[in-house]
Design a protein around this ligand. Structure first.
Ligand code: 2BA
Length: 111
């Protein structure tokens, strides 16, 4: 057995958890805080059989892996001195990304 511990972005958590539940995985969600940025993130705990680990990692990757997204920079304020012929500029940014720990566990019991 394995305990999979995944630290994901708060925005990615709801859809990811829905998908895991639909696929019949048990998930515990913890509200956590990153020690570096001091921003909220979500930590998921899943108790898994060894052969389920790769599939779950793939689901996490699909829903909260690093990906490219087009963002539009806000237009410069009209009273600024910046030449403003284009109202906003599309910029390709990397968003998302999860950190996964896979721990061996002996057993688990429901009592
Ligand atoms: P990530 O490496 O994507 O980490 C996102 C969050 O995942 C972290 O939030 C932390 O809560 C958790 N995490 C990642 N690796 C971990 C590990 N080895 N052990 C325990 N928890 C872990 P934050 O700590 O707020 O970090 C946010 C982002 O800041 C990190 O993104 C990384 O890009 C950067 N970062 C974190 N610590 C750093 C450091 N000591 N020096 C430079 N950059 C750092």
């Amino acid at each position: 057995m394995k305990m999979l511990l995944a630290i994901v972005h708060n925005e990615d958590a709801p859809l990811l958890i829905n998908e895991l539940n639909e696929r019949k995985y048990y998930v515990t969600k913890l509200a956590t805080t990153g020690g570096f940025l001091k921003k909220g993130n979500t930590t998921l705990l899943l108790g898994l059989d060894d052969d389920q680990v790769e599939g779950v990692c793939e689901i996490i990757k699909q829903h909260s892996g690093r990906r490219q997204q087009i963002m539009y920079t806000p237009p410069a304020p009209s009273n600024s001195n910046v030449y403003n012929s284009v109202s906003s500029v599309p910029v390709n940014v990397e968003v998302g990304g999860s950190t996964i720990f896979i721990l061996p566990v002996e057993d688990y019991r429901k009592v």
